[in-house]
Write a protein that binds this ligand. Structure first.
Ligand code: ATP
Length: 140
């Protein structure tokens, strides 16, 4: 059976994750508290819900426990990111991937149960540098 994904937070990063999964023909539930963001996503992914992810009851009502992977892509509001991560882990989602703003945020996320922490800007910076170095070697 195909994996079921949910993405919480539809900023540039979360939207891109949700859209790419949908492009690969996966079912994606996208959640954001902002009406405009949810409207934009509704053209792209299978299911979109406007909800506050720090509301445990709302997440349980969405049946989040049946998902294989949940991506928490809330950046600026670190408190919401941490609370959402705790709730999603308590609900029993096996793999929770969370975007961190900085190292300290990432440490907290690990401590509250995030299975994988991502630092998009840092990781992309490293990839670009690796690419530049390796293409430089090939150039010679
Ligand atoms: P990016 O850099 O990926 O564009 P960002 O790191 O600036 O995003 P934000 O814009 O702060 O992150 O948040 C991403 C999304 O998460 C926003 O669309 C925002 O509406 C949503 N969001 C923030 N808090 C909550 C919440 N409690 N419940 C649901 N969605 C939320």
């Amino acid at each position: 059976m195909k994996k079921q994904f949910a993405v919480i937070g539809l900023g540039r990063f979360g939207f891109s994750v949700a859209k790419t999964l949908a492009d690969f023909d996966f079912e994606v539930l996208a959640i954001d508290s902002n009406e405009q963001r949810t409207q934009e996503a509704s053209n792209v992914v299978t299911h979109v819900v406007q909800a506050d992810s720090t509301d445990e009851e709302a997440l349980r009502a969405l049946g989040l426990r049946n998902f294989d992977v949940v991506v928490v892509a809330i950046g600026q509001d670190i408190q919401a990111s941490i609370l959402t991560t705790i709730i999603v882990k308590e609900i029993g989602v096996p793999k929770v991937v969370v975007k961190a703003q900085n190292e300290l945020h990432g440490k907290v996320l690990k401590k509250v149960g995030a299975d994988k922490v991502i630092y998009p800007e840092r990781d992309m910076g490293m990839r670009v540098a690796h690419h530049l170095v390796s293409s430089n070697i090939i150039d010679y």
